[in-house]
Ligand binder design. Sequence first.
Ligand code: HEM
Length: 198
Amino acid sequence: MSKVFTAEEVAQHNTRDDLYIIYKGKVYDCSEYLDEHPGGEEVIMDCAGTDATEPFEDIGHSEDAHEILANLEVGELKGGVAVKPAVSAAASSSPSENTICQSQSTRKGPPEYILPFVCFQINACPVAVLYEVSQPPVMAQIDPSIDHFWAPNSVVQCRQCILREDAQALFSDQLFSEKTLLSLHGLCGRPLAGQILD
Ligand code: HEM
């Protein structure tokens, strides 16, 4: 079974000789690869101990690059993300550091918008993942002061954060092709700024 790391553990591997990165919920030891990287070591150093999913994807790395990466795998990230309870009412009554807080949206409205959601916090970044049956998911940054959310979309997640593994399955490439402002609201009525991310 592959080794499971917390984000905090990964973050400790942040030196040139001991350098881990996270890519899509898995953990990779890049220390030996730095010298060989065609893009130079600096760019990987910049991601040391962190989630490099976005920078890695942004480059449009080749199949070969993905294969090299696969060979560097040392384990996976606990829960797919670093989890802490978010600043939600549901979360505040509960859990310990590493608990994902699951809750049922209390919003009254069309049934298709009443969704189970998961809130958690990654690198001090509150995240809500909302599931909806038929709509494509989106990613959005959320206002940490809002307790509950509803959205006309399936997934709301901060762009800095990697996806929960179960949320990942809901995503497809086209969703990231343009930046579009979303209009989301907290249950309290406050607006929730969000963007579809590319
Ligand atoms: C261990 C992780 C990584 C591996 C195995 C890897 C592998 C590669 C490979 C094989 C190439 C040659 C082009 C290609 O085949 O796509 C490449 C190019 C490149 N990589 Fe990475 N890469 C890694 C991480 C990163 C990260 C985190 C960045 C951050 C920005 C990055 C930035 C670049 C850039 C800018 C180039 C282009 C170099 C050029 O065309 O001059 N790489 N990488």
